[in-house]
Design a protein around this ligand. Sequence first.
Ligand code: HEC
Length: 402
Amino acid sequence: MDWRILFTEWADFLIRWVHVIAGVCWIGSSFYFVHLDLSLRKRDGLPQGVGGEAWQVHGGGFYHMMKYTVAPSHLPQDLTWFKWEAYWTFISGFSLLCWHYFAHAELYLIDRTVMDLTPVQAVSIAIAVLALGWVIYDFLCRSKLGDSDLALGVVGFAFLVAIAFGLTRVFSGRGAFILLGALIGTIMVANVAMNIMPNQKKTIAALIKGEAPNPAYGKTAKSRSLHNNYLTLPVIFLMVSNHYPLAFGSKWNWLIVTLVMVIGAVVRHFFNSEHARKGSPWWTWAVAAACFIAIIALSGASREGGDAALAPAPKVKFAQVEEIVVSRCSMCHMAEPVWDGVNAPPKGVMLDTPERIRLHAEQIYLQAVMTRSMPPGGNLTELSEEDRKVLAAWVQGGAQAD
Ligand code: HEC
């Protein structure tokens, strides 16, 4: 029993568990408050300072919610803050980023065929992107652009597309996607920590001094909240995308991200408009479906031409396939991998016996032929085009055992 591996594997799992739970809580509360905010209604006779009310039913009781647009005339004794969901999502997410992508940069972050970086260079660029990305976004929001939600939205969108494009020119597809997801997540958390929370605190401080709080505090906090709302769905796509090489392995991966951001925006628009009882813009679903179909079409094109570049293929023997897989894949994909930094067979995929190789025929095709995302790191074990052709022919011929 190797205690180091036992401990690190479970620590990794525990952090991931916390990350998903914190993320679910954060997104849940943020979707809830956006819904609540949009469904508030004005009527005569509401208490002083109340901008709207809403009735809700849940868990066997009725809730009567009221929103004080600035602040109540005196501070309530018990006030619930919503921030730790966001902070814990960041803390756990950043830990996972360091753990997997920074500590194993050569496997996950770097693709030598995209840009031949050392791990130190790759990690430095990644951290600079996270920090600068937030600084530029924050600058855009504070600039004149910030006066118009629409203008800011359009420029912010173009900014993210440019970053997506840039990242895919520097890192592996997998690395680029996770870094863009991490950047958007960082922007969202920083919105909470550096803008929404401080503004709420200023409002409360003014109230305690007996002064009328500046309504601008509430207004900017709300617009940052709105950005977070529109960024949520694309972030989730980016976070789970590293299990789907068709998404990140395509040469159009940056365009796929762009379409995902469009889908995220129109789907949120549909729900936001429903919550505000401003009608159901069904066209948004048509746009989302069209974008998704475009994504599927774009995903088949890998940088090197995918499987099309390898056809037509001659008939091959299984012995050839076995030799290729054992010499190019199994050093990582075996019960006790011999590749430095790989502790256990990645994703439980073992490719060290004829049965296991046959069992994974389709996966091998997807990873090593169609998307060329294996071997990782920009072909670390130097699987040749000839070898890929053999793998392709074997799977296309029905993955025969002889
Ligand atoms: C240098 C080590 C290494 C080599 C060599 C390697 N892999 Fe992998 N493989 C990995 C890692 C790491 C992952 C896990 C990626 C992740 O976390 O999503 C992986 C994941 C996979 C998966 C599962 C993907 C999933 O998300 O379920 C398959 C299938 C796979 N590799 C096939 C291959 C094939 C086929 C080869 C040889 C052509 C190969 N690998 C060579 C390290 C390697």
